[in-house]
Design a protein around this ligand. Structure first.
Ligand code: BTN
Length: 327
């Protein structure tokens, strides 16, 4: 891991300090620079939108951080084992998943996080487009390098789904539900989507990219009129804006904790947590699998992550791809 920049160190000192004050002397000792140099770093942070007050005899106090996603503000005091050990932020990119795959091909590390303010070619499932306006939402891709076989990788979608739901509840108090395979819903409307991609050969995964799009502060008039499903944002449902910075930091901590569980115990506890968040179990569903429609009762997940549906004849179908709706 690269050593932190002076800005990162200062932000991390603010986040570690319970009363929010950090003395110029302490910063100067930590950075090994003069008080004048500290003051220049503080001025530089203010120019980037941080509101920092200087109180005589107490020191500097971080009053407000800009809701701009930057590596140093995301990483400050994050204390994750792997996820976020490196963070790359783009003002604009084609797709964070494409960026993460490119960086993965170049050898980037396990836990790299790629974030964009806006995407010009945001990728949704099944070749669909993911609406990605700037300044409002979260578009993130996490590069992981677990030592697993390729058939195991799709189950990591459940890890992202559980992490997103936990972050939503922690930041807003709202209780989202999951819809197989990769939707997060609030009151039946889609609030987040997940798209995992991987690079592998027959018996080895090179990397997996967890692509996560969360509608945080998108307004109703920013959704395309021809969406195939009802969609919403956290701000619409909660009735107030959500800090992108708080949300992404919460999400990365949740992903890191679940990834640790996954590496130590496998996917079973993650799939159990996903099942708890799914309110369609035992309900009548219809699954659109390309040309084929399968109707029946949703039973749950198979061990390999397939959706299990019992049809009217009593047969249990294992479904590997499709759009589920409750009927
Ligand atoms: C879906 O169709 O539900 C999946 C949407 C996934 C969107 C996210 S946004 C961040 C990452 N980058 C992409 O291009 N797509 C995913």
């Amino acid at each position: 891991m690269n050593s932190p920049s002076p800005r990162e160190t200062i932000l991390s000192l603010f986040s570690q300090n319970p009363d929010g004050f950090v003395s110029g002397e302490h910063i100067s000792a930590k950075l090994g620079v003069s008080r004048t140099a500290v003051w220049k770093h503080i001025r530089n942070l203010r120019q980037s939108g941080y509101v920092i007050e200087a109180i005589p005899s107490r020191g500097y106090q971080l009053v407000q951080s800009p809701d701009v996603l930057m590596p140093e503000s995301i990483q400050a005091g994050l204390e994750c084992l792997r996820v976020g050990s490196r963070v790359r932020c783009f003002e604009e990119t084609d797709s964070t998943n494409l960026q993460a795959c490119r960086l993965g091909d170049e050898g980037e590390i396990d836990g790299l996080v790629v974030i964009a303010d806006r995407q010009t070619s945001g990728k949704g499932r099944m070749g669909r487009q993911w609406e990605s306006p700037g300044g409002v939402n979260l578009y993130a891709s996490i590069l992981l390098r677990p030592a697993i076989l390729p058939f195991e990788a799709p189950k990591l979608t459940f890890l992202s789904a559980v992490a997103v739901c936990r972050a939503i509840t922690s930041c807003t108090g709202l209780q989202p539900t999951v819809k197989w395979p990769n939707d997060i819903l609030l009151g039946g409307a889609k609030v987040a989507g997940l798209l995992n991609e991987m690079s592998s050969e027959t018996d080895q995964v090179h990397y997996v990219v967890l692509g996560i799009g969360v509608n945080l502060n998108m307004r109703a008039n920013q959704f395309p009129a021809d969406l195939r499903y009802p969609a919403t944002s956290l701000a619409i449902v909660a009735g107030q804006p959500v800090s992108r910075l708080d949300f992404v930091r919460t999400l990365l901590r949740e992903i890191d904790a679940l990834y640790q569980i996954y590496l130590e115990q496998g996917s079973a506890p993650i799939m159990a947590a996903w099942t708890e968040l799914c309110d369609l179990t035992g309900k009548a569903v219809e699954v659109d699998c390309n040309q084929l429609k399968i109707a029946g009762t949703m039973i749950g997940l198979a061990e390999d992550g397939a959706l299990l549906v019992r049809t009217a004849t009593g047969k249990i179908e294992n479904i590997y791809a499709g759009d589920v709706r409750s009927v």
